[in-house]
Design a protein around this ligand. Structure first.
Ligand code: VGL
Ligand code: ZN
Length: 218
């Protein structure tokens, strides 16, 4: 069995934030964000273990520029936990923008981790909120299921995927980034910086076709 072949006993595909607000026309649109949906759908049957995350903010969330007088989206502010990029209002709980893309095979997901639901703390990572210490519970969940390697896909490559990848490494998981199953916001070169940093931290970068070929050849 090839290294990259998903192992039903220990590998899990985590599809990050496949929500309308990160797709073209959405409040925080990622260019070609919807392109990744069919790529991820093709990968899903190769995995015995599949989960997803959902950015899930209350109205008036502290990461929204609209809550900070004189601030515009993509500027920064100082939060008690450090510097925070301010975003357009997005993924408000229950809104259409917070809903999963209708083509995404959500029914195949065994769990949904919601994040960013505390008004005063943003959360990019699927493991920890932006204060670096408030846990989502994902580490314990994966450990109890015997998962040791995560295949990461979804939106956005340079924010939620990136922070999830680094936290996963810190928590002792192996991480495979499925690059063509991601798309980036790319603020001031954040896409290339994220890719560089992930590889530096031991994230294996691959393409969906490589995984599908490995499965067929296995
Ligand atoms: C995300 C910025 C704010 C993401 C979520 O899913 O990458 N980025 N909230
Ligand atoms: Zn958000």
């Amino acid at each position: 069995m090839n290294d990259i072949t998903p192992d039903p006993n220990r590998d899990l595909l985590l599809a990050v934030d496949l929500q309308y607000d990160f797709c073209p026309g959405g409040a925080l649109e990622v260019s070609e964000g919807d392109r990744v949906v069919p790529v991820i759908n093709r990968l899903i049957p190769a995995f015995a273990n599949v989960g997803t995350t959902q950015d899930w903010h209350p109205a008036g969330h502290g990461s929204f520029a609209s809550q900070h007088e004189g601030k515009a989206p993509f500027e920064t502010t100082e939060m008690p936990y450090g510097t925070q990029i301010l975003w357009p209002d997005h993924c408000v709980q229950g809104s259409r923008g917070a809903a999963f893309h209708e083509d995404f095979q959500l029914d195949a997901c065994q769990f949904i981790i919601r994040k960013g639901f505390r008004k005063a703390i943003d959360s990019y990572s699927a493991f920890y909120e932006n204060d670096g210490e408030t846990a989502t519970g994902l580490t314990g969940y994966l450990n109890e299921r015997g998962i040791t390697r995560l295949f990461l896909a979804g939106l956005a490559l340079d924010f939620c995927v990136y922070y999830s990848a680094l936290d996963a490494r810190r928590e002792g998981f192996e991480v495979v980034l499925v690059k063509d199953a991601t798309a980036a916001i790319d603020l001031n070169g954040s896409k290339e910086a994220a890719l560089w940093e992930m590889e530096d931290k031991g994230v294996v970068v691959t393409e969906s076709a490589t995984i599908l070929q490995a499965v067929q050849g296995a």
